[in-house]
Design a protein around this ligand. Structure first.
Ligand code: DGJ
Length: 743
């Protein structure tokens, strides 16, 4: 890995064994993009990649020629209005009303490792040799605004980028757009991949051909959203899960975002990713600076799986942090779908006792334990246990749960308040609302103005008291509504465009304070399920409740899509009741567990309600998870068959030594007289001999990867005797262990 600068040509080459990233200072001093892709030779003059030609209806930069137009060169941080007409990476409103800027190369620095981004989540290095950072300094001579473009190349196919804007001028300016990433690709022969959906069907994979014009996903909800994840990928039309070029773009941010591809008239593709420019207006006073969130780009020639594995490694090990990053996660039971708001302490203990008997390690008390929270209209903001429900407070309950031999976890929704709460009665001006306008509610709750430090301080104080005073080992941090009528009564008129971003900075600040104060507490993020499942939050909470939809069949799509960018260790996945509470489907217990194993694993039900036989099954499931969770959560994950393409889904994990693999196989609808079936596996060692639990004999790794694992079962015949389960929603886990080798 290295970063070199060819002075005479003014070319930067960032490279490692996998990728090359080439940039060039353009004739007008702007930074241009030459190449991003598979590693190419280093000692070479690549300036020929700057192609120029006079073109009709173009505008040109230099007075004496008809050649150099910003519209026709590929750039690194494009500006609008001075010969380029595409969407810009930066737009600055200046004192005289102008929005033109002209950032010219000044200098650069190269360092080992990676600097922190103050107040923002970001990937990191643990040793200087894990990454190298290039900072390119540019300046607009009229306003004296400096632009610092940061690029960190890691050992893999990943590159992290961000921008810092420093006002060295004399007066304030308004930043109207400041993207994290802008990059122009030389052609548009790609398919665009996005992870989109809605509440309870998050991160479904959607693919379409890139076309001339703009295609985008975004959020204007104040959180990254259920609707669109801050992730996109471009893949060549012939690329698939296993081979071909795929480029992933991911934003390490949890607020309003825009991810856009703009294909211009000459088939150049501009990718922009960053804070959504709409409703963004950051006043930058003289002497101040603004740091954009980070965006991560990943390049792979091993298709979408290859791209995902690079993200998994980076996000699992160098974005997630802390005590729990590398630790297998406890098997938990959450009482939400077991009781909703309707619980007493006795009921909780009854549920917890059965959970303990079955092997559960962590009991989580969800919504309803605080203030007057007997329903969704009251209590949010009052983070004090309700004495009518919990006479000995959280302290007493936690003590009792610990006494049973389990850890105790607790639900919070720190950013919200109900009007029927002591906090609101005391501080009615602390919510986000616009003067003289109606304030819309979401689930009868209002959003606290986390752009204000005193608000974050107060919530911290209440949470710190609970967490510090009781044996709480886990926190579920929920967030159940989007922001409307966005406005902060603490900010002047010309800073109202800062509220959305300041709000998220406040959320990060609270996360930071709590995780620093309680470093061993496991934080799980949640936002009505997966409404803020993004890399920004992953920096603070190493796992997130992936969706409120806990149905096993629905979860196939959700977890498959989530795995495009996020590691298995981050995906909160539980077994819930049948019929399922969201889609009313009856799926067999083994299938619910077989899906949930590929995540953090837990239960979302009252195990007392299961039959004796089912309880025995649960005990076995938990034993299984405890035995294999290391490889399930931290092994290499491969998607094998997509739920978006057919009736069967399959995926697998393999440990680092390639001696242990678990394959999950799921069939939605059963058939009869079906074809013989097999699945080609991935990631095994060619020459290892794998034994498959429950089957005779052994199989070479290359046998299983090339001719496949036979999955034919009763559905291919007339039916077989003695099967435990036959019918729709069936599934199986195949455990493969290399013969004679240590697992
Ligand atoms: C939404 C979450 O996603 C659920 O798991 C549960 O915690 C409820 N909120 C509680 O109100």
């Amino acid at each position: 890995m290295d970063i070199i600068y060819q002075e005479e040509r003014r070319i930067f080459h960032l490279y490692n064994d996998e990728i090359s990233y080439l940039m060039m200072v353009l004739p007008n001093g702007h930074l241009g993009q030459l190449y991003f892709g598979k590693r190419i030779g280093v000692e070479k003059d690549y300036s020929y990649l700057l192609e120029m030609m006079p073109r009709a209806m173009s505008s040109y930069v230099f007075d004496d020629e008809k050649m150099f137009s910003l519209a026709h060169v590929r750039q690194e941080y494009g500006v609008y209005g001075s010969t380029d007409f595409r969407s810009p990476a930066i737009e600055i409103l200046q004192g005289n009303g102008s929005r033109i800027s002209d950032f010219r190369f000044q200098d650069f620095s190269i360092t080992h490792g990676k600097p922190e981004l103050s107040g923002l989540p970001a990937t990191y290095t643990e040793a200087p040799e894990e990454g190298m950072t290039l900072t390119v300094f540019l300046e607009d001579e009229v306003t004296h605004i400096r632009l610092e473009l940061l690029y960190t190349i890691f050992e893999t196919g990943a590159l992290a980028r961000s921008a810092k804007i420093v006002n060295d001028g004399e007066g304030p300016v308004h930043l109207l757009t400041a993207m994290s990433l802008c990059m122009d690709l030389p052609d548009s022969d790609y398919e665009w991949v996005q992870l989109s959906g809605a509440w309870a069907r998050e991160r479904h994979v959607k693919v379409r051909k890139l076309e001339q014009g703009i295609q985008a996903v975004d959020s204007m909800r104040g959180h990254s959203s259920h609707e669109h994840n801050p992730f996109i990928a471009l893949k060549r039309p012939a690329a698939d899960e296993f081979q071909g070029e795929a480029i992933g773009f991911s934003l390490v941010y949890s607020g309003n975002f825009l991810a856009q591809a703009q294909v211009d008239t000459h088939d150049t593709t501009r990718i922009l990713m960053g804070i959504h420019p709409s409703w963004f207006d950051w006043k930058l006073d003289a002497g101040e600076s603004f740091q954009t969130p980070e965006a991560v780009m990943v390049y792979s020639t091993e298709g979408l799986n290859g791209m995902s594995r690079i993200f998994h490694k980076l996000y699992g090990k160098r974005l997630a942090r802390g005590y729990w990053r590398d630790r297998a996660r406890p098997v938990l039971l959450n009482n939400w779908e077991a009781t909703y708001f309707d619980f007493t302490k006795e009921r909780l203990i009854e549920i917890a006792k059965k959970a303990k008997e079955c092997g559960v390690e962590l009991f989580v008390l969800d919504d309803g334990w605080f203030g007057q929270r007997g329903h969704e209209r009251a209590g949010l903001g009052d983070w004090v246990a309700n004495p009518e429900r919990l006479a000995d407070g959280i302290e007493g309950l936690a003590e009792e749960i610990e006494g049973l031999g389990m850890q105790f976890g607790l639900w919070f929704e720190p950013e919200m308040v109900n009007k029927d709460s002591d906090l609101y009665r005391e501080h009615p001006d602390w919510i986000i609302e616009t003067p003289e306008r109606h304030s819309s509610h979401g689930r009868f709750q209002y959003v606290l103005d986390f752009s204000r430090k005193e608000v974050v301080d107060k919530i911290y104080e209440m949470m710190e008291k609970i967490l510090g005073g009781a044996k709480v080992s886990y926190v579920k941090w929920d967030m159940n509504r989007s922001i409307t009528e966005c406005y902060s009564s603490a900010l002047p008129a010309d800073r109202q465009g800062e509220v959305f971003h300041r709000y998220i900075l406040g959320v990060y600040d609270l996360y930071d304070r709590l995780t620093s104060r309680f470093p061993k507490v496991l934080f799980e993020s949640c936002a009505s399920g997966g409404g803020r499942f993004d890399p920004g939050i992953l920096y603070y909470a190493p796992q997130g409740w992936a969706s409120d939809d806990s149905d096993a069949v629905e979860r196939l799509k959700i977890q498959y899509g989530t795995s495009f960018c996020y590691p298995v260790s981050s995906i909160g996945s539980h077994v819930s009741m049948a019929p399922n509470h969201q889609v009313y489907r009856n799926t067999p217990l083994h299938t619910r567990a077989n899906v949930a194993y590929f995540g953090t694993f837990g239960y979302e039900l009252d195990l007392n309600k299961l039959s004796d036989r089912e309880q025995e099954q649960v005990k076995e499931q938990i034993r299984f998870m405890k035995k294999y969770r290391e490889v399930l959560q931290f092994g290499d994950f491969y998607r094998l068959k997509s739920p978006f393409d057919g009736n069967v889904t399959a995926w697998m994990v393999v440990n680092e030594k390639r001696t242990l693999a678990l394959v999950g196989w799921y069939r939605v609808l059963c058939g009869v007289n079906m074809p013989f079936t097999r699945i080609k596996l991935q990631g095994l060692k060619d020459e290892y001999r794998y034994e498959i639990a429950g089957r005779e004999g052994w199989y070479f790794g290359n046998e299983l990867m090339n001719l496949g694992l036979i999955t034919t079962d009763y559905a291919s015949g007339e039916g077989a005797e003695g099967e435990l389960y036959k019918g729709d929603f069936d599934s199986g886990i195949f455990v493969l262990a290399a013969k004679g080798m240590e697992q």
